[in-house]
Ligand binder design. Structure first.
Ligand code: ATP
Length: 378
């Protein structure tokens, strides 16, 4: 096994700090590092080869919860199978906890895989085993004694909140309870990394919330690095602090969730975001917006940070002398930060006219508030 330099790709570690400091902040230590990865599935029985991943070069910080989001076929599963060594990269290497997992095979690979747990969309439990026996399986394979297995399984059932389901078979459990068994089984051998492959996609919103809360607790209390593979931005928003956006086998955007949510650059990220933040205006306001000048110009402004919306209104009044109307506001908590958008009405009085709107847009741009003009209200 080869130890790799932590500084091999300093600009590519996901999660540069949000604040600008005089002294460059220390780079977070990587738990998983993709180094110039490509993955091509060869042509097979007349089917053409597939370039599933190309130029993948980023790191997942130790102890983080990192979301990997992409549409179907973007390469998410291929990426996750490279982390646990189920697939080998065509070029490049995958370094997990300072070991090149792509170079391991046989017993060495199986040992490394014990420190990487995985949970699945359809839970993958054995129907003929009880909850306790499903959780015990990886411990049996690892050669634990019966006494140690019994104690560890009880501990794990309590950890995931289903101590009373010890003797239940999967068919007697709800989807959420089955996923709790899956999580307990994945954590049995005390892994450093937990891979979640669409683990909440088959669950209803309330159960999804409970499972994501459980994963957040596990990350906080056990320090396990969590990699969340998903096609749902709402899952990334609820749980992840870092996000990597995959499209057609390429990383198109990566960074802090709050940054990506407030300044999405790539069209695919923008389309994911529209699904959760909903650029839609309240119906009563949307129906009043017209293209011809009326009493107010309507501007939507992105804000972030506690109290940022109030501060913005106060500054517009103080610095531009404008009596701005707040037409609609939406503030959410994303990646631990308050982010949202305000829809403002800028008065078009005879004295200020269009120039007030132009001055407001210039001021917002100068102070780095992303803004767009939506039209006018009468
Ligand atoms: N074993 C394989 N052999 C050949 N092609 C494959 C194999 N596995 C995946 N692919 C192809 O690689 C591309 C990426 O697939 P992958 O499953 O990694 O994407 P994904 O983002 O996980 O998609 P989904 O969300 O639908 O599972 C797709 O074009 C897929 O058809």
């Amino acid at each position: 096994m080869k130890a790799a330099s932590m500084n091999a790709h300093p600009s590519l570690v996901v999660g540069d700090p949000i604040e600008t400091l005089d002294v460059p902040a220390a780079e977070p230590e990587a738990m998983v590092r993709f180094e110039r990865i490509s993955k091509t599935y060869p042509a097979y029985r007349g089917k053409p080869g597939v370039n599933a991943l190309q130029d993948i070069d980023f790191a997942i910080p130790r102890g983080s919860i990192t979301g990997v989001i992409g549409r179907s076929g973007a390469g998410k599963s291929s990426l996750v199978r490279l982390i646990n060594g189920l697939e080998k990269p065509t070029t490049g290497r995958v370094v997990v906890d300072n070991s090149d997992i792509s170079a391991l095979a046989g017993r060495e690979l199986r040992l490394a895989q014990r420190s990487i747990g995985m949970i699945f969309q359809h839970f993958n439990l054995l129907s003929s085993r009880t909850a306790a026996d499903n959780i015990a399986l990886p411990l049996e394979i690892a050669g634990w004694s019966r006494t140690d297995i019994r104690a560890r399984v009880s501990e794990l059932l309590a950890l995931v909140g289903i101590a009373d389901k010890h003797d239940r078979y999967p068919s007697e459990l709800s989807g959420g309870q089955k996923q709790r068994v899956g999580i307990a089984r994945a954590l049995a051998t005390r892994p450093d990394v937990l891979l979640s492959d669409e683990a909440t996609s088959a669950l209803d919103p309330q159960t999804t919330r409970a499972i994501l809360d459980l994963l957040a607790n596990i990350n906080r209390e056990l320090g396990v690095t969590i990699v969340l593979i998903t096609h749902e931005m709402s899952v990334v928003r609820q749980l992840a602090k870092e996000v990597v956006v995959l499209d057609a086998g390429h990383v198109v955007e990566s960074g802090h969730v709050a940054d990506i949510f407030t300044h999405p650059k790539h069209p695919i990220t923008q389309s994911f975001l529209a699904e959760v933040t909903g650029d839609s205006l309240p119906v009563s306001l949307a129906s009043r917006i017209v293209p011809e000048p009326g009493s107010h110009a309507v501007i939507r402004v992105q804000v972030r940070g506690a109290g940022a919306g109030d501060t913005l209104l106060a500054r517009l009044a103080r610095e531009l002398g404008l009596d701005v109307a707040l037409l609609s506001a939406r503030i959410d908590e994303i990646g631990g930060q308050q982010v949202g958008s305000l829809v403002l009405g800028i008065p078009l009085s005879i004295s200020c006219g269009e120039s007030a709107t132009a001055r407001t847009l210039a001021w917002l741009s100068q102070h780095q508030f992303p803004a767009e003009r939506l039209g006018y209200v009468a």
